[in-house]
Design a protein around this ligand. Structure first.
Ligand code: GLA
Length: 410
C-alpha cells in the first residue's frame, strides 16, 4: 500500500469494500435457491424406472410351478444368454412363492419350494448383477389363493426390504369393495417408508384406470386383462396380442419417465405365436414404451427367440430416454401404423399387418409430424437394411401377422 499514491489507496479501500459487499450479496443470494439449484420433481413416486423396466417374470411360462431352482436357473440364463447385457435386469417371482405367515404375522416362503429362503435367493440374484422382484396382492388372498398383504402392508414392505427386494408387483384379486387408489397408495407409502428403492408395479388390469391417478403411486400400471399366448383372441379374463394392442389406443399421453403403461408381460418364445408374430409382439411393445418383461423359459429358448428378445435396435427404441410412448397414426382395416418420437429427433415406426395376406403399408412424413418434403434415412430394425425414404413418406410390403419396424433419421 505504501507504494500507492493516496488517491489510489482510498480507491483500493473502496474496492475492498465493494468486493466485500458483492461477496455478501452472493452469500445472501446463495440462501435463496436459484432455478438451477432446485432439483426437478422426481418423476413417478420414487425417481425409479426412468425407462420402462426390463427383466423376466415366472408367471407366463411357469405359473405356480416354481421353486428356487427355476428362479436361479432363470437368473443364470439371463446372464449366459446375453439378455442381461441387452438390459434385462429384474428377476421377478410371481404368484405362488408364499407359505404361511408365522406367529408374528411375518410372511414366509413355501418351505418346500424355497427351502433356503428368499434372502438367499435375492443374494444369489444380486451377486449376478441382477435385481430381484416379488409379488403380492391387495386382498387377503392372491389370485392363486396365497396370503395377500391386506392389513400387513407395512409389515410386508419391511420384510421385502429386509430380503433385498427391488421390485414389487401388486395384484388386485380378492379386493372386495376396496378402493384401488387407497389400497395401492397404502402399499406405495409402505414401500417408501422402508427407505429402499423398490419399483412399484400396479396390477389391477386397468379396472380403475390407474393411468388417471397413479402417477405418484406406481412406476407402472397394467392397462388390461392378462395376456394370452395367441395372436388374436379373448377368453374369460385373457386376451391375445392384438386385442391388448387395441386397448392401448389413447393411453400414450399417460406414460413417461417413472410412469409406464403396462400391456402385460411378453409371450415371446412361449410357443403360441409364429416367429413373425413374436417379432411383431416385441416390436409393438417397444413402440408402446412398454415394460419388457420376458415370460418364457430363458434356459431352453431357441436361437430365434433369443434373437428377438435381444434385438438391440428394438430395445433401444423401447428404452428411448425421452420416454414418449407410441400411438397409432394410421388405421385402415388390417393395416396399421404405430409411431413414436425419439430423443434424437428421429421416429420409430411399426407397420403392422393384422390380416392373413401380404399387403403394402404406407405412412406419410406428415403423419409422423415431419415436413412433407423430408429427406431421411430409414433403417429396418429387423434386417438392418438402410434405405432412403421416398419423397412423400415410407412404405413396405408386410407379411401376414407381421410388422416392418424402422427408425427414421437419427
Ligand atoms: C393375475 C395377474 C397375472 C398373474 C396372476 C397370478 O391374473 O394379472 O399377471 O400375476 O394373477 O396369479
Amino acid at each position: 500500500m505504501i507504494f500507492l499514491p493516496k488517491g489510489r489507496l482510498v480507491s483500493l479501500r473502496r474496492l475492498v469494500f465493494a468486493l466485500a459487499l458483492i461477496a455478501n450479496m452472493l452469500v445472501g443470494l446463495g440462501a435463496v435457491p436459484t432455478l438451477a439449484d432446485v432439483p426437478p420433481p422426481a418423476p413417478g413416486p420414487n425417481g425409479l424406472a426412468l425407462t420402462p423396466p426390463m427383466g423376466w417374470n415366472s408367471w407366463n411360462r411357469f405359473q405356480c410351478d416354481i421353486d428356487e431352482r427355476v428362479i436361479r436357473g432363470a437368473a443364470d440364463a439371463l446372464v449366459s444368454s446375453g439378455m442381461k447385457d441387452a438390459g434385462y435386469v429384474y428377476v421377478i417371482i410371481d404368484d405362488c412363492w408364499h407359505g404361511a405367515r408365522d406367529a408374528h404375522g411375518d410372511i414366509q416362503p413355501d418351505p418346500k419350494r424355497f427351502p433356503q429362503g428368499i434372502r438367499a435367493l435375492a443374494d444369489y440374484i444380486h451377486a449376478k448383477g441382477l435385481k430381484f422382484g416379488i409379488y403380492s396382492d391387495v386382498g387377503d388372498l392372491t389370485c392363486a389363493g396365497r396370503p395377500g398383504s391386506r392389513g400387513h402392508e407395512y409389515q410386508d414392505a419391511a420384510q421385502y426390504a429386509a430380503w433385498g427386494v427391488d421390485y414389487l408387483k401388486y395384484d388386485w384379486c380378492n379386493a372386495g369393495t376396496m378402493n384401488a387408489q387407497a389400497a395401492y397408495l397404502t402399499m406405495s407409502e409402505a414401500l417408501r417408508a422402508t427407505g429402499r428403492p423398490i419399483v412399484f408395479s400396479l396390477c389391477d388390469w386397468g379396472t380403475s384406470r390407474p393411468w388417471l391417478w397413479a402417477r405418484n403411486t406406481g412406476n407402472l400400471w397394467r392397462t388390461d386383462a392378462d395376456i394370452m399366448d395367441v395372436w388374436d383372441g379373448v377368453r374369460e379374463y385373457r386376451k391375445g396380442v392384438v386385442n391388448i394392442l387395441d386397448d392401448q389406443v389413447g393411453l400414450d399421453g399417460y406414460a413417461g419417465p417413472g410412469n409406464w403403461n403396462d400391456p402385460d408381460m411378453l409371450e415371446v418364445g412361449n410357443g403360441g405365436l409364429t416367429e413373425d408374430e413374436n417379432r411383431a409382439h416385441f416390436s409393438l411393445w417397444a413402440i408402446l414404451a412398454a415394460p419388457l418383461i420376458a415370460g418364457n423359459d430363458i434356459a431352453t429358448m431357441t436361437p430365434a427367440t433369443r434373437a428377438i428378445l435381444t434385438n438391440r435396435a428394438v430395445i433401444r427404441v423401447d428404452q428411448d430416454p425421452l420416454g414418449i410412448a407410441g400411438r397409432r397414426v394410421v388405421k385402415d382395416g388390417d393395416s396399421e401404423v404405430w409411431a413414436r418420437p425419439l430423443q434424437d429427433g428421429g421416429r420409430a415406426v411399426v407397420l403392422l399387418n393384422r390380416g392373413s395376406a401380404p399387403r403394402s403399408i404406407a405412412v406419410s412424413w406428415q403423419a409422423l409430424g415431419y415436413p412433407a418434403n423430408l429427406v431421411a434415412q430409414v433403417r429396418d430394425l429387423w434386417t438392418g437394411k438402410v434405405s432412403a425414404g421416398a419423397r412423400e413418406g415410407f412404405s413396405a410390403l408386410v407379411a401376414p401377422h407381421a410388422v416392418v419396424m424402422v427408425r427414421i433419421g437419427g
